[in-house]
Ligand binder design. Structure first.
Ligand SMILES: C[S@@+](CC[C@H](N)C(=O)[O-])C[C@H]1O[C@@H](n2cnc3c(N)ncnc32)[C@H](O)[C@@H]1O
Length: 412
């Protein structure tokens, strides 16, 4: 007979049944609660050797198969199939190149065992929402970035830490990334530009992919854009909102789509020149190459008929990329452009709790360290940084289903 479940497992099962009721009634947060509780239950019920094999066998092989699927266009082949499914030989015939049907069958079986696709009968497989989504260009780029380009950084990090006395990096130009690519002194974004433009493009796609499926800062229950920005915006101001380091423009483009003619002024997308070249945004959005370590050009000092600075300077996933010293430079480059009591800086970043951070936060913190010598901040860490740059926090907003926050700042 099997061992009786532990007290913890029983409590988790009770919680799952409560949360299931919430999910059926579309209660906000029940989906997230269920995901967390189910993963705790899996950890509680698994034998350590099962967990070990999950981490070191099933996940890496799953990853290897997903990566290979990009080359043979397996997800694209699957996306043409209906829910009844097709045999592995039929699916192999739809892949690019002459892929061995036996190899495809082995890939399909593991993908099905990992719930990435569905096994609908003997040697018969059908796509899922996940596998269809993995066929999209932004997801394919992300797989290539994380596997082909970035994975080496994690593989090399034990050597890096051994050489650096196991201390936490605090430099964007001498961390695990620079060690793996032998480019000490060059920041990751500079390295993309000078030595690996394909990585820069894939990275921008990854940021685009990441914005999907999570609440956006301008959603009604997140940050009240109408109340805090549109209302009170001066129509003769040069710019309404500047997306500083906005990548290929998904945030500002979606803001533009959502509010359309309600936006009372110009929208400006700024980033490095090679990223601005990639951006495909609404024609009304001005695209400008700008180094955010230098003085903000969307400022009364520079515009033809200056009245005020922009209503808002939006920084999404920027503060988390740099140490305090560089962030102070970024913020102080915007401060002279701001009008007191009118202009705001909007920081859209994680505010990690002092206890109970969840895996998307802790995993990203490690990625930030490895790639950029950077880290996540608690609310106290954010506050200290902004006060040091002559700013004050005027509010922190969070969507009930999001893990990130919107921190609103004004001149102190
Ligand atoms: C983590 S991404 C965030 C992109 C976008 N805000 C988003 O949330 O998807 C950081 C962005 O900062 C840009 N960046 C890095 N250094 C920069 C600099 N000195 N000036 C302007 N942009 C820079 C990168 O090109 C990249 O698009």
């Amino acid at each position: 007979m099997a061992n009786p479940p532990s007290k913890e497992a029983l409590a988790l099962l009770d919680n799952i049944s409560k949360l299931s009721g919430g999910l059926k009634n579309s209660q906000l947060g029940s989906r997230e609660g269920l995901l967390d509780t189910c993963s705790r239950l899996i950890a509680e019920l698994s034998h350590p050797s099962e967990t070990m094999l999950k981490i070191f066998w099933s996940d890496p092989t799953h990853l290897a198969i997903i990566r290979l699927s990009v080359d043979i266009q397996l997800f694209q082949a699957l996306s043409t199939i209906d829910e009844a499914g097709k045999t592995s030989a039929e699916i192999a015939a739809k892949c690019t190149s002459q892929t061995d049907p036996v190899l495809v069958a082995r890939m399909l079986r593991h993908l099905a065992a990992m719930h990435t696709i569905r096994e609908t009968g003997p040697d018969t497989f059908a796509p899922t929402t996940l596998s269809n989504t993995l066929a999209e260009p932004a997801y394919q780029d992300t797989i290539l970035f994380l596997e082909d380009d970035f994975h080496i950084v994690h593989l090399k990090s034990p050597e890096y830490f051994k050489q650096h006395g196991y201390s936490s990096p605090n430099s964007g130009v001498d961390g695990p990334f620079q060690y793996a690519f032998d480019c000490k002194g060059k920041h990751m974004f500079e390295y993309f530009q000078s030595s690996a433009p394909h990585m820069g493009k894939r990275f921008a796609s990854m940021m685009d992919m990441w914005s999907k499926g999570r609440p956006r800062w301008f959603d009604e229950v997140y940050y009240p854009v109408k109340e805090r920005l549109i209302s009170g915006a001066e129509s003769d101001a040069e710019a309404f909102l500047v997306d500083v380091g906005g990548g290929s423009g998904h945030d500002i483009d979606d803001l533009c789509k959502k509010f359309g003619s309600e936006i009372p002024g110009k929208l400006v997308l700024q980033d490095r020149p090679e990223i601005i070249d990639l951006a495909q945004v609404d024609a009304s959005i001005e695209k400008k190459a700008h180094d955010f370590l230098t003085e903000q050009p969307e400022s009364p000092k520079y515009v033809a008929d200056p009245t005020t600075g922009a209503r808002a300077y939006y920084l999404h996933s920027i503060i988390q990329d740099w140490n305090d010293e560089v962030n102070t430079r970024i913020l102080k480059s915007i401060v002279p452009a701001m009008k007191k009591g009118y202009s705001k800086i909007l920081v859209n970043d994680f505010v990690v709790p002092n206890q109970g951070a969840v895996w998307p936060q802790t995993a990203l913190d490690w990625e930030l360290m490895a790639s950029l010598g950077a880290r996540h901040r608690t609310e106290a860490g954010h506050k200290e940084l902004y006060e040091g740059a002559g700013l004050r926090i005027t509010g922190v907003w969070r969507h009930p289903q999001s893990l990130d926050s919107l921190i609103e700042l004004e001149l102190a």
